[in-house]
Design a protein around this ligand. Structure first.
Ligand code: FAD
Length: 514
Protein backbone atom coordinates (compact mmCIF):
# COMPACT_ATOMS: atom_id res chain seq x y z
CA UNK A 1 0.00 0.00 0.00
CA UNK A 2 2.67 2.48 1.05
CA UNK A 3 4.88 1.60 -1.88
CA UNK A 4 1.92 2.34 -4.09
CA UNK A 5 1.28 5.71 -2.46
CA UNK A 6 4.93 6.70 -2.62
CA UNK A 7 5.12 5.83 -6.29
CA UNK A 8 1.98 7.83 -6.82
CA UNK A 9 3.38 10.83 -4.98
CA UNK A 10 6.72 10.74 -6.77
CA UNK A 11 5.00 10.53 -10.10
CA UNK A 12 2.89 13.48 -9.12
CA UNK A 13 6.01 15.38 -8.12
CA UNK A 14 7.32 14.91 -11.64
CA UNK A 15 6.15 17.19 -14.41
CA UNK A 16 4.35 14.36 -16.21
CA UNK A 17 1.66 13.84 -13.53
CA UNK A 18 0.19 10.69 -15.12
CA UNK A 19 -3.50 10.24 -15.06
CA UNK A 20 -4.38 7.65 -12.48
CA UNK A 21 -7.45 5.98 -11.25
CA UNK A 22 -7.37 7.20 -7.68
CA UNK A 23 -9.94 4.69 -6.61
CA UNK A 24 -6.93 2.40 -6.35
CA UNK A 25 -5.72 4.62 -3.48
CA UNK A 26 -8.94 3.74 -1.79
CA UNK A 27 -8.33 0.07 -2.37
CA UNK A 28 -4.74 0.29 -1.21
CA UNK A 29 -5.77 2.14 1.96
CA UNK A 30 -8.55 -0.34 2.54
CA UNK A 31 -10.97 2.47 3.38
CA UNK A 32 -14.64 2.05 4.00
CA UNK A 33 -15.16 5.52 2.55
CA UNK A 34 -14.24 6.79 -0.92
CA UNK A 35 -11.57 8.80 -2.73
CA UNK A 36 -11.82 11.48 -5.44
CA UNK A 37 -8.90 12.79 -7.42
CA UNK A 38 -6.77 12.30 -10.53
CA UNK A 39 -8.08 13.79 -13.75
CA UNK A 40 -11.59 13.93 -12.30
CA UNK A 41 -10.25 16.57 -9.89
CA UNK A 42 -10.50 16.56 -6.15
CA UNK A 43 -13.93 18.13 -5.95
CA UNK A 44 -14.20 20.81 -3.31
CA UNK A 45 -10.75 20.31 -1.83
CA UNK A 46 -9.05 23.18 -3.65
CA UNK A 47 -11.65 25.79 -2.71
CA UNK A 48 -12.63 27.68 0.41
CA UNK A 49 -14.94 30.52 1.38
CA UNK A 50 -12.09 33.04 1.16
CA UNK A 51 -11.78 32.26 -2.54
CA UNK A 52 -8.25 33.68 -2.66
CA UNK A 53 -6.18 30.50 -2.58
CA UNK A 54 -6.40 27.32 -4.56
CA UNK A 55 -3.93 24.47 -4.33
CA UNK A 56 -4.48 21.06 -5.79
CA UNK A 57 -4.39 18.09 -3.44
CA UNK A 58 -3.49 14.60 -4.49
CA UNK A 59 -6.90 13.35 -3.47
CA UNK A 60 -10.02 14.12 -1.49
CA UNK A 61 -10.91 11.33 0.87
CA UNK A 62 -14.40 10.80 2.23
CA UNK A 63 -13.89 8.66 5.30
CA UNK A 64 -16.64 6.53 6.76
CA UNK A 65 -15.36 7.09 10.30
CA UNK A 66 -12.46 7.30 12.71
CA UNK A 67 -10.68 4.17 11.43
CA UNK A 68 -10.51 5.60 7.93
CA UNK A 69 -9.11 8.88 9.29
CA UNK A 70 -6.42 6.93 11.17
CA UNK A 71 -5.58 4.84 8.06
CA UNK A 72 -5.07 7.97 5.97
CA UNK A 73 -2.76 9.57 8.55
CA UNK A 74 -0.83 6.32 8.98
CA UNK A 75 -0.29 6.09 5.23
CA UNK A 76 0.88 9.71 5.05
CA UNK A 77 3.29 9.01 7.90
CA UNK A 78 4.99 6.33 5.84
CA UNK A 79 5.45 8.54 2.80
CA UNK A 80 8.11 11.24 2.56
CA UNK A 81 5.87 13.96 1.12
CA UNK A 82 2.23 13.40 1.97
CA UNK A 83 0.42 15.76 4.28
CA UNK A 84 -3.17 15.52 5.51
CA UNK A 85 -5.73 18.30 5.95
CA UNK A 86 -9.06 17.76 7.62
CA UNK A 87 -11.64 19.80 5.75
CA UNK A 88 -14.67 20.79 7.77
CA UNK A 89 -16.97 22.87 5.59
CA UNK A 90 -14.14 24.77 3.92
CA UNK A 91 -15.23 28.11 5.41
CA UNK A 92 -11.69 29.25 6.04
CA UNK A 93 -10.46 32.40 4.33
CA UNK A 94 -6.84 31.63 3.52
CA UNK A 95 -6.56 28.00 2.45
CA UNK A 96 -6.22 26.66 6.01
CA UNK A 97 -8.06 23.43 5.11
CA UNK A 98 -6.05 22.76 1.93
CA UNK A 99 -3.08 20.44 1.33
CA UNK A 100 -0.95 20.98 -1.75
CA UNK A 101 -0.29 17.55 -3.26
CA UNK A 102 -1.59 16.01 -0.06
CA UNK A 103 -4.67 14.20 1.17
CA UNK A 104 -7.69 16.27 2.12
CA UNK A 105 -10.16 14.50 4.37
CA UNK A 106 -13.74 15.65 3.89
CA UNK A 107 -15.00 15.42 7.47
CA UNK A 108 -18.58 16.08 6.34
CA UNK A 109 -18.75 12.47 5.16
CA UNK A 110 -18.71 11.50 8.85
CA UNK A 111 -21.30 14.08 9.90
CA UNK A 112 -23.98 11.62 10.95
CA UNK A 113 -21.67 9.49 13.13
CA UNK A 114 -21.79 9.40 16.93
CA UNK A 115 -24.95 11.49 17.56
CA UNK A 116 -25.95 10.50 21.08
CA UNK A 117 -27.36 12.16 24.21
CA UNK A 118 -25.21 11.58 27.30
CA UNK A 119 -26.12 12.38 30.92
CA UNK A 120 -23.32 12.71 33.48
CA UNK A 121 -24.01 13.79 37.07
CA UNK A 122 -27.31 15.34 36.00
CA UNK A 123 -25.76 17.44 33.20
CA UNK A 124 -26.66 16.67 29.61
CA UNK A 125 -24.27 16.53 26.69
CA UNK A 126 -24.44 15.48 23.07
CA UNK A 127 -21.75 13.44 21.37
CA UNK A 128 -21.39 14.55 17.76
CA UNK A 129 -19.02 13.94 14.88
CA UNK A 130 -16.21 16.45 14.32
CA UNK A 131 -17.61 16.70 10.81
CA UNK A 132 -21.17 17.59 11.92
CA UNK A 133 -22.50 21.00 10.95
CA UNK A 134 -23.56 23.13 13.91
CA UNK A 135 -26.90 23.80 12.24
CA UNK A 136 -27.64 20.07 12.19
CA UNK A 137 -26.54 19.74 15.82
CA UNK A 138 -28.96 22.56 16.69
CA UNK A 139 -31.90 21.13 14.78
CA UNK A 140 -31.48 17.59 16.08
CA UNK A 141 -30.88 18.61 19.70
CA UNK A 142 -33.93 20.89 19.76
CA UNK A 143 -36.25 18.51 17.93
CA UNK A 144 -35.17 15.26 19.55
CA UNK A 145 -34.36 16.38 23.12
CA UNK A 146 -35.67 19.94 23.60
CA UNK A 147 -32.05 20.84 24.40
CA UNK A 148 -29.45 23.04 22.78
CA UNK A 149 -25.74 23.84 22.93
CA UNK A 150 -25.16 27.13 24.75
CA UNK A 151 -22.39 28.83 22.80
CA UNK A 152 -22.60 29.51 19.09
CA UNK A 153 -21.09 31.15 16.06
CA UNK A 154 -23.18 33.70 14.12
CA UNK A 155 -23.39 31.35 11.15
CA UNK A 156 -23.97 27.65 11.61
CA UNK A 157 -22.91 25.97 8.35
CA UNK A 158 -19.55 25.39 10.01
CA UNK A 159 -18.37 22.08 11.36
CA UNK A 160 -17.85 21.25 15.01
CA UNK A 161 -14.20 20.29 14.35
CA UNK A 162 -13.60 23.44 12.28
CA UNK A 163 -14.80 25.90 14.94
CA UNK A 164 -13.27 23.99 17.88
CA UNK A 165 -9.91 24.20 16.07
CA UNK A 166 -10.23 28.00 16.29
CA UNK A 167 -12.53 28.98 19.22
CA UNK A 168 -16.10 29.56 17.98
CA UNK A 169 -17.45 32.94 19.09
CA UNK A 170 -20.70 34.88 18.96
CA UNK A 171 -22.96 36.97 21.18
CA UNK A 172 -23.17 34.21 23.82
CA UNK A 173 -19.40 34.15 24.37
CA UNK A 174 -19.50 36.77 27.16
CA UNK A 175 -21.82 34.47 29.10
CA UNK A 176 -20.64 30.92 28.40
CA UNK A 177 -17.23 31.41 26.84
CA UNK A 178 -16.37 30.35 23.29
CA UNK A 179 -17.39 26.95 21.95
CA UNK A 180 -14.01 25.64 23.13
CA UNK A 181 -15.22 26.29 26.72
CA UNK A 182 -18.36 24.21 26.15
CA UNK A 183 -16.90 20.85 25.19
CA UNK A 184 -15.85 18.28 27.76
CA UNK A 185 -14.44 15.35 25.81
CA UNK A 186 -12.94 14.75 22.39
CA UNK A 187 -11.97 11.76 20.32
CA UNK A 188 -8.89 12.75 18.35
CA UNK A 189 -6.74 10.97 15.77
CA UNK A 190 -3.27 12.39 16.29
CA UNK A 191 -0.58 12.99 13.69
CA UNK A 192 0.88 9.64 14.80
CA UNK A 193 -2.41 8.00 13.77
CA UNK A 194 -3.27 7.15 17.39
CA UNK A 195 -6.95 7.42 18.26
CA UNK A 196 -7.21 8.98 21.72
CA UNK A 197 -10.04 10.04 23.99
CA UNK A 198 -9.16 13.22 25.85
CA UNK A 199 -10.77 15.53 28.38
CA UNK A 200 -9.83 17.73 31.33
CA UNK A 201 -8.84 14.57 33.23
CA UNK A 202 -7.76 12.13 30.48
CA UNK A 203 -4.86 13.23 28.26
CA UNK A 204 -5.51 16.87 29.22
CA UNK A 205 -2.55 18.23 27.24
CA UNK A 206 -4.03 16.83 24.03
CA UNK A 207 -7.55 17.99 24.95
CA UNK A 208 -6.56 21.59 25.62
CA UNK A 209 -3.95 21.60 22.86
CA UNK A 210 -6.45 20.57 20.19
CA UNK A 211 -8.99 23.22 21.29
CA UNK A 212 -7.95 26.28 19.30
CA UNK A 213 -5.01 24.21 18.01
CA UNK A 214 -5.57 25.08 14.32
CA UNK A 215 -5.72 21.38 13.47
CA UNK A 216 -2.02 20.89 14.28
CA UNK A 217 -2.11 18.02 16.76
CA UNK A 218 -4.96 15.79 15.70
CA UNK A 219 -8.22 15.45 13.82
CA UNK A 220 -11.32 15.75 15.99
CA UNK A 221 -13.58 12.85 15.12
CA UNK A 222 -16.01 13.23 18.04
CA UNK A 223 -16.86 16.03 20.48
CA UNK A 224 -19.00 16.01 23.63
CA UNK A 225 -20.90 19.29 23.88
CA UNK A 226 -22.65 20.69 26.93
CA UNK A 227 -26.40 21.30 26.50
CA UNK A 228 -29.05 23.34 28.25
CA UNK A 229 -32.84 23.51 27.84
CA UNK A 230 -33.65 25.08 24.48
CA UNK A 231 -35.61 28.32 24.76
CA UNK A 232 -38.67 28.66 22.51
CA UNK A 233 -38.42 32.28 21.49
CA UNK A 234 -36.03 35.19 21.37
CA UNK A 235 -36.61 38.90 21.71
CA UNK A 236 -34.08 40.34 19.30
CA UNK A 237 -33.21 44.01 19.66
CA UNK A 238 -30.94 46.61 18.06
CA UNK A 239 -30.19 50.08 19.42
CA UNK A 240 -28.13 52.82 17.76
CA UNK A 241 -25.35 55.05 19.11
CA UNK A 242 -23.53 58.01 17.65
CA UNK A 243 -20.59 58.00 20.10
CA UNK A 244 -18.19 55.10 20.40
CA UNK A 245 -17.61 55.84 24.10
CA UNK A 246 -21.35 55.46 24.85
CA UNK A 247 -21.51 52.30 22.77
CA UNK A 248 -18.57 50.64 24.53
CA UNK A 249 -19.73 51.78 27.98
CA UNK A 250 -23.14 50.16 27.46
CA UNK A 251 -21.79 47.02 25.76
CA UNK A 252 -19.36 46.51 28.64
CA UNK A 253 -22.13 47.17 31.17
CA UNK A 254 -24.22 44.42 29.57
CA UNK A 255 -21.44 41.82 29.43
CA UNK A 256 -20.32 42.38 33.02
CA UNK A 257 -23.76 42.11 34.72
CA UNK A 258 -24.12 39.26 37.22
CA UNK A 259 -25.45 35.97 35.80
CA UNK A 260 -29.16 36.15 34.99
CA UNK A 261 -29.24 39.95 35.03
CA UNK A 262 -28.40 40.68 31.41
CA UNK A 263 -29.38 39.61 27.94
CA UNK A 264 -28.50 36.12 26.65
CA UNK A 265 -26.66 37.50 23.65
CA UNK A 266 -24.71 40.75 23.19
CA UNK A 267 -23.00 41.83 19.98
CA UNK A 268 -22.38 45.12 18.22
CA UNK A 269 -21.46 46.54 14.86
CA UNK A 270 -20.34 49.70 13.12
CA UNK A 271 -22.20 51.06 10.13
CA UNK A 272 -21.88 54.02 7.81
CA UNK A 273 -23.91 57.12 8.59
CA UNK A 274 -25.61 57.21 5.20
CA UNK A 275 -28.42 55.62 3.26
CA UNK A 276 -26.01 53.25 1.48
CA UNK A 277 -28.07 50.05 1.15
CA UNK A 278 -25.16 47.72 2.01
CA UNK A 279 -23.07 49.70 4.51
CA UNK A 280 -25.47 52.28 5.94
CA UNK A 281 -28.73 52.76 7.87
CA UNK A 282 -30.64 50.00 6.00
CA UNK A 283 -28.35 47.46 7.76
CA UNK A 284 -29.95 48.15 11.10
CA UNK A 285 -33.66 47.35 11.03
CA UNK A 286 -34.80 43.83 11.88
CA UNK A 287 -38.08 43.82 9.98
CA UNK A 288 -39.05 45.31 6.61
CA UNK A 289 -41.79 47.25 8.45
CA UNK A 290 -39.25 49.01 10.66
CA UNK A 291 -38.28 52.47 9.59
CA UNK A 292 -34.85 53.93 10.34
CA UNK A 293 -35.56 57.64 10.80
CA UNK A 294 -32.29 59.48 10.04
CA UNK A 295 -33.71 62.75 11.37
CA UNK A 296 -33.21 61.27 14.85
CA UNK A 297 -29.44 61.21 14.33
CA UNK A 298 -27.91 64.33 15.89
CA UNK A 299 -26.46 66.65 13.22
CA UNK A 300 -22.98 66.51 14.77
CA UNK A 301 -22.76 62.69 14.41
CA UNK A 302 -19.67 61.36 12.65
CA UNK A 303 -19.16 59.32 9.51
CA UNK A 304 -19.92 56.05 11.26
CA UNK A 305 -22.53 54.99 13.80
CA UNK A 306 -22.69 52.03 16.18
CA UNK A 307 -25.31 49.47 17.02
CA UNK A 308 -25.64 47.17 20.02
CA UNK A 309 -27.49 43.98 19.17
CA UNK A 310 -28.95 41.98 22.05
CA UNK A 311 -31.31 39.05 22.51
CA UNK A 312 -33.32 37.69 25.41
CA UNK A 313 -34.35 34.03 25.33
CA UNK A 314 -37.73 32.98 26.71
CA UNK A 315 -40.20 30.11 26.89
CA UNK A 316 -43.71 30.06 25.45
CA UNK A 317 -45.04 29.75 29.02
CA UNK A 318 -43.38 33.01 30.10
CA UNK A 319 -45.79 35.91 30.46
CA UNK A 320 -45.21 38.57 27.77
CA UNK A 321 -45.43 41.30 30.43
CA UNK A 322 -42.59 39.70 32.41
CA UNK A 323 -40.35 39.53 29.33
CA UNK A 324 -41.22 43.08 28.30
CA UNK A 325 -40.44 44.47 31.72
CA UNK A 326 -37.09 42.61 31.88
CA UNK A 327 -36.20 44.10 28.49
CA UNK A 328 -37.36 47.61 29.43
CA UNK A 329 -35.39 47.49 32.68
CA UNK A 330 -32.18 46.69 30.82
CA UNK A 331 -32.76 49.04 27.90
CA UNK A 332 -33.64 51.76 30.38
CA UNK A 333 -30.05 51.65 31.65
CA UNK A 334 -28.61 52.27 28.17
CA UNK A 335 -27.79 55.57 26.49
CA UNK A 336 -28.68 54.92 22.85
CA UNK A 337 -30.35 57.40 20.49
CA UNK A 338 -34.00 57.44 21.50
CA UNK A 339 -36.25 56.26 18.70
CA UNK A 340 -33.49 54.29 17.01
CA UNK A 341 -34.49 51.07 18.67
CA UNK A 342 -35.76 47.99 16.83
CA UNK A 343 -37.30 44.81 18.26
CA UNK A 344 -38.72 41.59 16.90
CA UNK A 345 -39.80 38.28 18.39
CA UNK A 346 -38.54 35.22 16.54
CA UNK A 347 -38.22 31.54 17.33
CA UNK A 348 -34.95 30.39 18.90
CA UNK A 349 -34.14 28.45 15.74
CA UNK A 350 -34.87 31.45 13.48
CA UNK A 351 -32.57 33.55 15.60
CA UNK A 352 -29.67 31.12 15.50
CA UNK A 353 -30.15 30.51 11.77
CA UNK A 354 -30.48 34.24 11.02
CA UNK A 355 -27.42 34.41 8.75
CA UNK A 356 -28.89 31.76 6.42
CA UNK A 357 -31.25 34.39 4.99
CA UNK A 358 -28.23 36.52 4.02
CA UNK A 359 -26.48 33.46 2.63
CA UNK A 360 -29.42 32.73 0.34
CA UNK A 361 -29.54 36.35 -0.81
CA UNK A 362 -25.79 36.45 -1.42
CA UNK A 363 -25.99 33.21 -3.37
CA UNK A 364 -28.85 34.60 -5.44
CA UNK A 365 -26.81 37.78 -6.17
CA UNK A 366 -23.75 35.73 -7.02
CA UNK A 367 -21.58 37.39 -4.34
CA UNK A 368 -21.36 34.33 -2.06
CA UNK A 369 -18.94 32.73 -4.54
CA UNK A 370 -16.78 35.88 -4.80
CA UNK A 371 -13.58 36.22 -2.74
CA UNK A 372 -13.93 37.18 0.93
CA UNK A 373 -10.85 38.98 2.23
CA UNK A 374 -12.01 38.93 5.84
CA UNK A 375 -10.09 40.19 8.84
CA UNK A 376 -10.79 39.15 12.45
CA UNK A 377 -8.88 40.70 15.34
CA UNK A 378 -9.14 40.59 19.12
CA UNK A 379 -8.30 44.06 20.48
CA UNK A 380 -7.78 44.78 24.16
CA UNK A 381 -10.21 47.18 25.85
CA UNK A 382 -7.59 49.88 26.58
CA UNK A 383 -6.88 50.15 22.83
CA UNK A 384 -10.37 49.88 21.37
CA UNK A 385 -11.12 53.63 21.35
CA UNK A 386 -7.87 54.32 19.48
CA UNK A 387 -8.74 51.48 17.12
CA UNK A 388 -12.10 53.17 16.48
CA UNK A 389 -10.38 56.47 15.67
CA UNK A 390 -7.71 54.95 13.43
CA UNK A 391 -9.70 52.21 11.70
CA UNK A 392 -13.49 52.60 11.88
CA UNK A 393 -13.48 56.37 11.55
CA UNK A 394 -10.70 56.47 8.96
CA UNK A 395 -9.64 53.36 7.06
CA UNK A 396 -13.07 51.69 6.72
CA UNK A 397 -15.29 54.75 7.18
CA UNK A 398 -17.08 53.96 3.90
CA UNK A 399 -17.82 50.39 4.97
CA UNK A 400 -16.50 47.03 3.77
CA UNK A 401 -19.49 45.80 1.78
CA UNK A 402 -20.48 43.57 4.68
CA UNK A 403 -20.81 43.60 8.47
CA UNK A 404 -18.18 45.31 10.65
CA UNK A 405 -18.69 43.60 13.99
CA UNK A 406 -17.26 44.90 17.26
CA UNK A 407 -18.27 43.61 20.68
CA UNK A 408 -16.67 42.82 24.02
CA UNK A 409 -15.76 39.48 25.57
CA UNK A 410 -14.51 38.47 28.99
CA UNK A 411 -11.17 36.71 29.26
CA UNK A 412 -12.39 34.93 32.40
CA UNK A 413 -14.76 32.84 30.25
CA UNK A 414 -11.87 31.45 28.18
CA UNK A 415 -9.77 28.56 29.44
CA UNK A 416 -6.13 29.60 29.34
CA UNK A 417 -5.11 25.95 28.96
CA UNK A 418 -6.38 25.84 25.35
CA UNK A 419 -4.16 26.77 22.39
CA UNK A 420 -6.09 30.00 21.68
CA UNK A 421 -4.07 33.15 22.23
CA UNK A 422 -5.78 36.32 23.44
CA UNK A 423 -4.82 39.88 24.30
CA UNK A 424 -4.03 40.59 27.97
CA UNK A 425 -6.62 42.20 30.23
CA UNK A 426 -10.05 41.17 31.45
CA UNK A 427 -12.05 42.62 28.56
CA UNK A 428 -11.20 42.50 24.88
CA UNK A 429 -13.20 43.18 21.73
CA UNK A 430 -13.59 41.08 18.64
CA UNK A 431 -13.43 43.14 15.48
CA UNK A 432 -14.64 41.31 12.38
CA UNK A 433 -14.46 43.04 9.00
CA UNK A 434 -16.56 40.70 6.88
CA UNK A 435 -15.92 42.01 3.39
CA UNK A 436 -17.85 40.99 0.33
CA UNK A 437 -16.29 41.75 -3.02
CA UNK A 438 -18.14 42.96 -6.08
CA UNK A 439 -15.18 43.53 -8.41
CA UNK A 440 -15.19 45.00 -11.13
CA UNK A 441 -17.78 47.29 -9.50
CA UNK A 442 -15.70 47.53 -6.33
CA UNK A 443 -11.97 47.47 -5.54
CA UNK A 444 -9.77 44.55 -6.51
CA UNK A 445 -9.25 41.84 -3.93
CA UNK A 446 -5.52 42.63 -3.68
CA UNK A 447 -6.36 46.19 -2.62
CA UNK A 448 -8.69 44.92 0.10
CA UNK A 449 -6.07 42.45 1.33
CA UNK A 450 -3.58 45.34 1.38
CA UNK A 451 -6.04 47.37 3.47
CA UNK A 452 -6.31 44.47 5.92
CA UNK A 453 -2.51 44.42 6.16
CA UNK A 454 -2.51 48.16 6.76
CA UNK A 455 -5.00 47.74 9.63
CA UNK A 456 -2.80 45.09 11.24
CA UNK A 457 0.22 47.35 10.74
CA UNK A 458 -1.64 50.23 12.44
CA UNK A 459 -2.25 47.92 15.41
CA UNK A 460 1.47 47.07 15.50
CA UNK A 461 2.69 50.66 15.03
CA UNK A 462 0.42 51.92 17.78
CA UNK A 463 1.51 49.00 19.96
CA UNK A 464 -2.02 47.82 20.56
CA UNK A 465 -2.48 44.70 22.59
CA UNK A 466 -4.14 42.53 19.91
CA UNK A 467 -4.20 39.05 18.40
CA UNK A 468 -5.55 37.89 15.07
CA UNK A 469 -8.52 35.53 15.33
CA UNK A 470 -8.56 32.82 12.60
CA UNK A 471 -4.90 33.79 12.15
CA UNK A 472 -3.05 33.53 8.90
CA UNK A 473 0.68 34.10 8.47
CA UNK A 474 3.23 33.17 5.83
CA UNK A 475 6.33 32.64 7.93
CA UNK A 476 7.24 31.00 11.21
CA UNK A 477 8.56 34.25 12.69
CA UNK A 478 5.05 35.71 12.52
CA UNK A 479 3.59 32.57 14.09
CA UNK A 480 6.12 32.83 16.88
CA UNK A 481 5.09 36.41 17.51
CA UNK A 482 1.41 35.42 17.39
CA UNK A 483 1.81 32.73 20.04
CA UNK A 484 4.24 34.79 22.13
CA UNK A 485 5.14 32.95 25.33
CA UNK A 486 2.89 30.04 24.31
CA UNK A 487 4.99 29.28 21.24
CA UNK A 488 7.34 26.81 22.94
CA UNK A 489 4.36 24.88 24.33
CA UNK A 490 2.78 24.79 20.86
CA UNK A 491 6.02 23.51 19.30
CA UNK A 492 6.36 20.89 22.01
CA UNK A 493 2.79 19.69 21.42
CA UNK A 494 3.57 19.37 17.71
CA UNK A 495 6.68 17.34 18.53
CA UNK A 496 4.66 14.99 20.71
CA UNK A 497 1.48 14.56 18.66
CA UNK A 498 2.48 15.22 15.04
CA UNK A 499 6.27 14.93 14.96
CA UNK A 500 6.42 14.53 11.17
CA UNK A 501 4.31 17.63 10.57
CA UNK A 502 1.63 15.79 8.63
CA UNK A 503 -1.46 17.68 9.76
CA UNK A 504 -3.11 20.91 8.57
CA UNK A 505 -0.32 22.11 6.24
CA UNK A 506 -2.61 24.90 4.98
CA UNK A 507 -2.04 26.78 8.24
CA UNK A 508 1.61 27.19 7.17
CA UNK A 509 2.95 26.86 10.71
CA UNK A 510 5.16 23.78 10.30
CA UNK A 511 6.70 21.91 7.36
CA UNK A 512 6.53 18.16 6.93
CA UNK A 513 9.70 16.48 8.27
CA UNK A 514 11.15 13.38 6.57
P1 FAD B 1 -12.47 24.47 7.66
O1 FAD B 1 -12.35 25.78 7.01
O2 FAD B 1 -12.85 23.34 6.79
O3 FAD B 1 -11.18 24.13 8.49
C1 FAD B 1 -10.57 25.09 9.32
C2 FAD B 1 -9.29 24.53 9.95
O4 FAD B 1 -9.63 23.54 10.90
C3 FAD B 1 -8.36 23.86 8.94
O5 FAD B 1 -7.02 24.03 9.35
C4 FAD B 1 -8.75 22.40 9.05
O6 FAD B 1 -7.69 21.54 8.66
C5 FAD B 1 -9.09 22.28 10.52
N1 FAD B 1 -10.13 21.29 10.78
C6 FAD B 1 -11.32 21.16 10.18
N2 FAD B 1 -12.00 20.14 10.73
C7 FAD B 1 -11.22 19.62 11.69
C8 FAD B 1 -11.34 18.53 12.61
N3 FAD B 1 -12.43 17.77 12.64
N4 FAD B 1 -10.33 18.29 13.46
C9 FAD B 1 -9.20 19.06 13.46
N5 FAD B 1 -9.02 20.07 12.59
C10 FAD B 1 -10.02 20.35 11.73
N6 FAD B 1 -16.18 31.95 13.44
C11 FAD B 1 -16.59 32.29 14.66
O7 FAD B 1 -15.92 32.00 15.66
N7 FAD B 1 -17.76 32.97 14.85
C12 FAD B 1 -18.57 33.29 13.82
O8 FAD B 1 -19.61 33.88 14.03
C13 FAD B 1 -18.17 32.92 12.52
N8 FAD B 1 -18.97 33.18 11.47
C14 FAD B 1 -18.57 32.80 10.22
C15 FAD B 1 -19.42 33.06 9.14
C16 FAD B 1 -19.06 32.68 7.87
C17 FAD B 1 -19.99 32.96 6.72
C18 FAD B 1 -17.80 32.07 7.65
C19 FAD B 1 -17.37 31.72 6.27
C20 FAD B 1 -16.94 31.82 8.72
C21 FAD B 1 -17.32 32.18 10.01
N9 FAD B 1 -16.52 31.92 11.12
C22 FAD B 1 -16.94 32.27 12.37
C23 FAD B 1 -15.18 31.34 10.96
C24 FAD B 1 -15.21 29.84 11.13
O9 FAD B 1 -15.45 29.48 12.47
C25 FAD B 1 -13.88 29.22 10.75
O10 FAD B 1 -13.50 29.62 9.46
C26 FAD B 1 -13.96 27.71 10.81
O11 FAD B 1 -12.68 27.17 10.68
C27 FAD B 1 -14.81 27.21 9.68
O12 FAD B 1 -15.22 25.92 9.95
P2 FAD B 1 -15.13 24.84 8.81
O13 FAD B 1 -15.86 23.67 9.34
O14 FAD B 1 -15.55 25.34 7.50
O15 FAD B 1 -13.55 24.58 8.85
Amino acid sequence: MIAYLERFVHENDAESKPDRDVSSICNSLDLQGSVDGGSSGAGIADKDFGGMQSVRPLALIRPAGTEDVASVIKAAGRSPNLTVAARGNGHSINGQAMAEGGLVIDMRSTEKNHFKLVTINGSRYVDVSGGALWEDVLKRCVREFGLSPRSWTDYLSLTVGGTLSNAGVSGQTFLYGPQTSNVTELEVVTGKADTMICSESANPDLFFGVLGGLGQFGIITRARILLHPAPDKVKWIRVVYTEFEDFTRDAEFLVTRPAGESFDYVEGFVFVNSDDPVNGWPQVHLDPNHKFDPTLIPPNAGSVLYCIEVALNYRNVDRPATIDSAVSRLLGRLGFVKGLEFQVDVTYMEFLLRVNVHEELAKANGIWENPHPWLNIFVSKPNIADFDRAVFKEIVKDGVGGPMLVYPMLRSKWDSRTSVVLPEGDIFYIVALLRSTVYPKGPEVEKLVATNRKIVQVCRDKEFDFKLYLPHYQCQEDWERHFGDQWSRFVEMKRVYDPMGILAPGQKIFQKQD
